[in-house]
Design a protein around this ligand. Sequence first.
Ligand code: BG6
Length: 301
Amino acid sequence: MSAEELKAKFGITGVLDFVNEGELVKAVVSRDGMQAELFLQGATVTRWAPAGQRPVIFTSPKAIYAPGTAIRGGIPIIFPWFGPSRTNPKAPQHGFVRASPWKLESVSADKPGEVTMALSFGPSDPPSEFWPEPFHATYTVTFGKTLSVALAVQNKASHPVVFEEALHTYFEVSAVTDVSVSGLAGTTFIDKVDGATRKTEASNAVKLTGETDRVYLNTGRQLAIDDPAWKRRIRLEKDGAASTIVWNLWAEKAAAMRDMGDPAWRSFICVECGNAADNEVHLAANSEHLLSTLITVDAIA
Ligand code: BG6
């Protein structure tokens, strides 16, 4: 649907608008000082700033808004595999839904200060040349004082399917070198910048000092990113998500990436909630799996 058609069907004066950015269409949300944006491509949230606060979600100033190109930043939805496909080297990294159009199904602004948008993907048969399994996905986003994102995947095949998934959230921070992530101490992680070696996290305040690409396994529900310079703690509460991925590509790789560069890489940390590697999801026929994250911002001294 075009921006005009979406506006006619779902627009709410002063609260929800639809505009073009590059070659894509995005929803622009504004309610009681809260601001947010979501692209129909990939159902990608690219902005959320609670009233009176700095943005919490980071999107690269060099992001490319074109059909079939994953948006650099925001909350890309990774499905049905995480990283490269295990079976097909030609398949796109992180699956195909992040760079495909989603359908906006409904909008609700019934609750004060909140806007909820529900989007869907599939089923189509086959859903992708790289993935034969029929599925239906629903993504429900509630923008408000908190940000809630929930991905429900229904297996429409008549047999069990195995998949990986993640809500690949880029958080905006004062400086990636100055923030710390808590909630991971004692867990095992796959260190992808050290030959996929498995290690145990010793720290409850993980600080990044160079390129970082880690899949933490069997992690608990609660995580936090402490950002002392901005005097805030971003709290994550996840459900249906056994893995936590921590990523920043650092200077050299950022310089080589056409939609990142310097200094943008310094301003984000990815803390992704999902199910990857050992935590892949095994979903029975005609069953549903729900992955969700609730993001809250607290002031700290
Ligand atoms: C992370 C992966 O989640 O995403 C990294 O762990 C990957 O290995 C990164 O480089 C970014 O991926 P992409 O495809 O968006 O450049």
